[in-house]
Each structure stands twice: as C-alpha cells, then as structure tokens.
Write a protein that binds this ligand. Structure first.
Ligand code: SF4
Length: 424
C-alpha cells in the first residue's frame, strides 16, 4: 500500500519524532515511506488536502504532554472535520498515561510507551497490506472499549540512530532512558522503566560525527540524569565510563565545537555532583551552568515524594558547582502534595541559602500527571509567602529566579479537572 506519514513537528515533540522517524528510516521495509514534518497547525490542515490525494493511506501522528491536551483536542477536531479519511495516531507522555482519554479525543491508535519498534512494525504492516492493529504496544477503541495489545519490550537504544540524519534532520542525542528513582510526580520511570538503558559510546559518537560533518558542533544530550551515563543501576556513577565517554566526545568536538553535559536539555541528580564528576566536566565540557534537581527545601516533602536524596546533597552540590566555576540552576517544584506551612518555610529558607551560595532557582508548580502516584492529587498552589520571596529575590537580581511557575499554576488546575472529572 502506498502510505505517507505526516508528523506534527512542534517544538515540544521534536525529539520524539526525531527518534521515530530515525527508526523508520533505517528499516528495510519502511525506509522509503515519505515523512512530512509539519510545524504549524494551519500548514498541517492545508497540507493534508494535497498529501492525502497521493497516497492510499495517510497517517497523521502527534506526540504530546498533558499540558498540550487542549491544543491537541482542537487539532484533532479540525483534522476529523476536514480530513476524515486520514488515520490519526498519538504517542508520548500523555497518551501513554491516559490511553482511554486520548482515544476518546478522536485518535484511531495510541502508541503506548516507547514506540520505535512498534511504529516500524505498524508501518511495515500497512505497507505490506497486513493487519496493522495486530501488533504489540498499541491501543485502539473497539465498540467503544479500549483494546490494548500488550506491553512491548523496552527499546535497545543502539538499534536506531537518535535522529533521522537520512532525512537531513539532527538534534540532541539521547544517551540514556529509564530512571530508578520513580519520584511520585514524574512520568519518566513509568514510560521508560526503572532500569537504565544507555546508548553505547560507539553509537553516540557515530551520531555526533554525522552532526559534525554538517557543521553542527554543539553537543547536547537527552537523559534523565547526565552523570548516570553508563551506570549499571542509574544510582552509582560509573566514573571510568563517564571519563572515556567525555574524552572521546571532546576529541571529536575540539577545538571547534561546544560540549554541554548536565545543562539544557539534560540535568543531574544532586548526589552525583561530586569533585570527580565536576573534574571531568571541567576537563572535557564547556558548560556554564549545571541543572540540579532539588524540588523542595523540606526534608518531609523530599521523603514523601520519594526523591531519594537529602537537602545536604543539594547544598553540597551547589557549593561544589560554584567552586568549580559553574552556575548551579536548581529545580524547585512548589505546591507538592501535602505541603504544610513548615514545608513552605523550610523551602524559603533553603532557597535563600542556595541563592546566597550562588545558585539560581528554576521554579515550577506541581502539576498532576497521569500514571504517576500523584496523578489524582490536588493541583499545586504557590503559597503567598513563596510568591513574596520570589518577587523580593527578583528585585535584587532579575535573573536569580526563572521558569514558568505562574503559567503552571493555572495549567495544574486545568489538568486536575481533566484527570479527575474529564473536563476539557
Ligand atoms: S524527577 Fe528525575 S530522578 Fe525523579 S523519576 Fe523523574 S527523572 Fe527520575
């Protein structure tokens, strides 16, 4: 069958589609399937008029976070109105955590969890005119009931390139998936599992070389925890492995390129910020800042949300980062479930201490996400004392606090209503 894949390639889901189209691009059967990357809704709606004329089947894919559900809902309605005949598929964090809700938005198929293997099999089946619903890792509605075909094995990261270089598209290199910590507010361990899997150094360097050949010389990685690269369990740092990796990346990129590890789009666990990891960073990378996950200044909140580290780890990580010449950007989430007056005061005190040491605060508001232990919890509210502290800090230095905490406070409310009462 002659089939095309049209992806809604918005900024937030670019990495997902880079991985999926790379997988399609290296498979013998699917590599010739045309993929259209469309960045704007208007272009997608208009473009489909022409694209669908040329194929027996047009598959339109989107990947999204829970915060995007309203925008996606509108998009699905428009596509269903104007292009009834296309097959609409979804994947990513929200569809994986809320399969039924996503199908009821109007999607024909939801890809659950990591989708490289399933998307390849799905398109193979379509191309060969076989039953594409009879594969593992997807869900669809049958007589209004959800049919989930079952969990697939986790993807071997070495099996596919991180981006579709064969289509002239490049991006950040995903080096690790999975996280053993399973913090109560986070979807990562649910989507990718609690066991860490790494892309091998050889495959990372291969991808990096492809970028360098195109004169793309800014090396950045996707990982839940950059210093856990090559670690067996994701908890212990593999310092030897990390050194070999960074040395090899440095050899490739220097003297021209830049190497960023543990800063956008990756971050690090506070207990992994140590003299030896920072020494490596100093020797081989070019970071100006390090992003450290703290989330709260209250020992109680840290414990209840299963962060698996202490306040002292954060304090020490910030001090060490400053000593090594980095700006520590410390993540905080306000309004986490169970937050009391004391937790608020502890957090304020802790933020002030960190700022005095030289940290900046990356501020967030708690949003309940599907599949997590906190999915049914009340939306995060920022305590007025925290708001006051932030505005005082900002008066002294307009860069010392940054983030979308205000927008997230509103979004948290909407997400809560959707997850608990189905209100869209
Ligand atoms: S917040 Fe970080 S450490 Fe916690 S589960 Fe998510 S990725 Fe893992």
């Amino acid at each position: 069958m002659k089939v095309a894949f049209v992806v809604y390639y918005s900024k937030l889901n670019r990495n997902s589609f880079n991985a999926l189209s790379a997988a399609l691009g290296v498979d013998e059967v699917t590599k010739d399937i045309p993929i259209y990357f469309v960045k704007k809704e208007e272009d997608l709606i208009k473009g489909l008029c022409e694209i669908k004329q040329n194929y027996d089947m047009t598959v339109v894919g989107t990947s999204f976070f829970t915060t995007q559900i309203w925008e996606v809902n509108d998009l699905v309605k428009r596509i269903k109105n104007e292009h009834k005949e296309v097959l609409l598929i979804a994947g990513g964090p929200h569809p994986t955590g809320d399969i039924e809700g996503t199908l009821k938005l109007g999607f024909d198929v939801v890809f659950v969890g990591e989708a490289e293997d399933s998307i390849v099999e799905f398109f193979r089946r379509i191309k060969l005119d076989e039953d594409y619903l009879n594969i593992k890792g997807i869900a669809f509605l049958k007589d209004d009931n959800v049919c989930y075909t079952g969990k697939r094995d986790y993807v071997d990261l070495d099996k596919y390139p991180p981006f579709p270089y064969m289509l002239g598209k490049f991006g950040h290199i995903e080096i690790t998936r999975g996280c053993p910590f399973a913090c109560n507010f986070c979807q990562t361990s649910h989507i990718f599992g609690g066991k860490v899997r790494h892309r091998s150094i050889e495959r990372v360097l291969e991808a990096a070389e492809r970028m360098i050949k195109r004169n793309l010389t800014d090396f950045r990685v996707i990982t839940p925890n950059a210093f856990s690269y090559l670690s067996e369990d994701g908890k212990e740092v593999n310092i030897k492995g990390l050194e070999i990796f960074l040395r090899e990346v440095n050899r490739l990129y220097k003297p021209k390129g830049t190497i960023n590890i543990g800063s956008f789009p990756s971050e690090v666990r506070p207990e992994h910020v140590r003299e030896d990891t920072l020494e490596l960073l100093k020797t081989y990378a070019d970071n100006k800042n390090i992003i450290i996950g703290a989330q709260s200044g209250s020992p109680c909140i840290l414990k209840n949300s299963r962060r698996g580290h202490a306040l002292e780890d954060v304090y020490r990580a910030v001090k060490l980062s400053v000593k090594y010449g980095y700006i520590p950007d410390v993540d905080f989430i306000f309004g986490l479930p169970g937050e009391t007056e004391k937790d608020v005061l502890d957090t304020i005190k802790f933020m002030k201490e960190l700022v005095t040491l030289g940290a900046r605060i990356h501020a967030h508001t708690f949003m309940p996400f599907p599949q997590t232990s906190y999915s049914k919890e009340k939306p995060g509210r920022i305590d007025p004392k925290i708001k006051e502290t932030i505005s005082r800090m900002l008066k002294e230095d307009k860069n010392v606090v940054f983030g979308n905490w205000t927008v997230q406070e509103r979004e948290a409310e909407r997400i809560y209503k959707y997850l608990n009462y189905g209100m869209l």
